[in-house]
Design a binder for this molecule. Structure first.
Ligand code: F3S
Length: 291
């Protein structure tokens, strides 16, 4: 069985920065918290907790460093934290900050802001919070068909969206709205990971997508691979892999979300190598018996 690992799998620039920042604070032995889980990956969050960094809500603490995660937050949350006397350290990814700023600028031009994204995702809630005026979230074609306003509209995009979803939604919006601005703010890391995952998925029968079940960018990677016809298993760790998934399979692809650490990807690769060896040995035995 051939195992192909997609390029650009794993930690993106924004997540690397945030994790490095936390590790520096841990070394300094300062009392540090993160506002919610630092990234959508349970194993990274547990590792940080073991090193003394807890994920909290604003109401839970009254002193120490409060690290804002890569997804960002609305400005009033930062203000509230400062007023409580917390030392706010902003690890919002610069690409998310750019979307927040664009959304605010559009809103200040008296346009309705449309955010293409998941309304329940913290990044999208954060972006919405930066708009002083009306902001609407559109997740899919159905939302796009239902939405109408006669005001001028500016569109931004959640950084982890697929190009396909953005295009489908924009095709609908372009037909009926007064579109003053459109910023396709998918980040480059998303673009590269989805492109590389698609390329591998097109050439394999089974694709393992490794990352948090609550991670938006990992779920989108799984979607991209499914769309090209691969059988996809979204797993968080190597322990979830089942040997029967690979019966009769010749090629397996592996990719991982932007919040999946290297050590988990390595464990998945070694488990797959082990399964591949076992299957080859079994095939060898059958060949011998037949002979
Ligand atoms: Fe930033 Fe993109 Fe990663 S927005 S956190 S570089 S997925």
């Amino acid at each position: 069985m051939q195992i192909i690992v997609a390029e650009n799998a794993g930690f993106c620039f924004g997540v690397k920065n945030a994790v490095r920042l936390l590790e520096d604070l841990i070394k300094k032995r300062e009392k540090t918290y993160t506002l919610g889980p630092i990234v959508h990956n349970q194993q990274v969050v547990e590792k940080m907790e073991n090193l003394g960094v807890k994920a909290v809500d604003l109401d839970d603490i009254s002193e120490g460093n409060l690290v804002i995660r890569t997804h960002g937050v609305p400005p009033d949350v930062i203000e509230q934290a400062r007023q409580k006397g917390l030392n706010v350290i902003d690890a919002t990814c610069p690409f998310v900050k750019k979307v927040q700023k664009l959304a605010r600028d559009i809103s200040e031009k008296d346009c309705t802001v449309v955010i293409i994204g998941d309304p329940n995702h913290p990044e999208v809630k954060g972006i919405k919070g930066w708009c002083p005026g009306e902001a609407v979230v559109i997740e899919n074609e159905e939302d796009a068909r239902k939405f109408f306003t006669d005001k001028r509209v500016g569109v931004v995009v959640q950084t982890t969206q697929t190009e396909e979803n953005v295009k489908k939604i924009m095709d609908i919006l372009k037909e009926k709205l007064d579109l003053a601005f459109f910023y396709n703010t998918r980040c480059n890391a998303t673009h590269q990971r989805q492109k590389a995952a698609k390329k591998v998925a097109e050439s394999v029968e089974v694709m393992l997508v490794v990352g948090g079940k609550n991670s938006s960018n990992t779920k989108k990677l799984a979607q991209v691979c499914q769309n090209v016809g691969a059988k996809v298993y979204h797993i968080e760790t190597a322990d979830e892999i089942k040997k029967e998934w690979f019966r009769g399979v010749e090629k397996v692809g592996i990719t991982a979300g932007a919040s999946t650490p290297d050590w988990i990807i390595k464990e998945v690769i070694s488990k797959m190598e082990e399964i591949s060896r076992e299957m080859e040995n079994q095939q060898g035995e059958v060949a011998y018996e037949d002979g």
